[in-house]
Write a protein that binds this ligand. Sequence first.
Ligand code: FE
Length: 129
Amino acid sequence: MKLGDVLRSGDWKSEKHVPVIEAPDKVAADQPVEIKVSIGEEIPHPNTAEHHIRWIKLLFQPSEGFTFELADVQFTIHGEGLKGPAEGPCYTEPSAKVTVRLKQSGTLLALSYCNIHGLWESSKEIAVE
Ligand code: FE
C-alpha cells in the first residue's frame, strides 16, 4: 500500500471533506498572491470535539521537480472546555489564507485531515506569467 492509495478526493460541492483552494488562475511572477484553503465551502463539516478537521497542508508542485510544502495549518480547538467537550468558549474553523510568491507555474495541492474520515486531497493549476 502507498500513501496515495488512502488519499480520498471528490467534488467539493458534493463532498464536505474535500479541501477548497481559492486562488487566481494566473499570477505575476514573484509577486505576493493570497490563497485561501478551507473545508465545507458548500456543505459544512462538523466542528466538534468528537468530529472535526484537524489540519490542512498546502503544497506546490512546480511543472518540473519535487514538491514543496507552502503552509501547514493546524486547527487546534473544537469546543473542548472545563465542563465538557461541547462546553468550551472557542472553536477553530477549518479555513485559512496564505500569501505566497511563485516564480514558476505549477499545481497547488491541498491535503486535509478529518479526525474520523481520514485524508482528503484536491488540486488547482496556477500559471505564472
Ligand atoms: Fe469528517
